[in-house]
Design a protein around this ligand. Sequence first.
Ligand code: ADP
Ligand code: ADP
Length: 220
Amino acid sequence: MIVFEQVSKRYPGGHEALSEVSFELRHGELVVLSGHSGAGKSTLLKMIPVLERPSAGRVLINNQDVSHLQRSAIPYLRRSLGLMLQDNRLLYDRNVFDNVVLPLVIAGMSPKDAARRVHAALERVGLGGRDQEMPIGLSGGEQQRVAIARAIVKRPSILIADEPTAHLDAAYAHEIAELFQSFKSVGVTVIVCTHDPALFAETRPRRLVLRQGRLIEGAE
Ligand code: ADP
Ligand code: ADP
């Protein structure tokens, strides 16, 4: 379902952030991507929604080569992905419901269907009935759950999360890790990038480890 074929990335003026990275992920797999800071984790994740393109190699999603996707086709691809990237902050001037419904509004879903989906997503992350609250009144772990609900509300088949447990204390981080592991049971392919792979070890996920742009563990 997600295939990287000899993917390399060189940023303008920089050294190689990814070097000949190859791996294949199957439907419903949970993958934990780790590596030290600067190893290329964010660069790798960004290739999936085409926020970056490879300098060489190919990225295939459901047999479609997205590395050469036309600009006009990118929004359609992104709608099928659940994204929790570093710069996806919650909107603090809107309540929980309005934050989570946003991707559905953008997709043009009817308000009635959208509301039903939002409530299902909030139930899924353990925030049922909290939809009228403001994010600022929630704990860090709860805010992170709102971000997860927003990422899954479209029911994506692929969920990508960059450091979803960053800035959380151990108990909250563990809860969030458990939540990600639970998506496996509904057939969602999950790719989580983390400094702390031990948090996700319970379900023995597939591990990918990057070092200086090279995949040193997890290629097949
Ligand atoms: P990680 O997520 O593992 O910390 P990144 O993918 O962010 O690693 O970065 C990998 C390398 O690419 C680093 O050397 C980083 O400085 C460089 N890099 C990342 N983004 C850019 C960019 N937009 N322009 C130039 N260099 C970049
Ligand atoms: P229905 O389509 O009958 O309304 P729900 O939307 O209530 O079903 O979905 C059942 C549960 O499974 C919900 O809690 C939903 O969040 C969860 N679920 C289903 N598909 C996904 C998905 N792709 N990602 C995350 N959770 C999902």
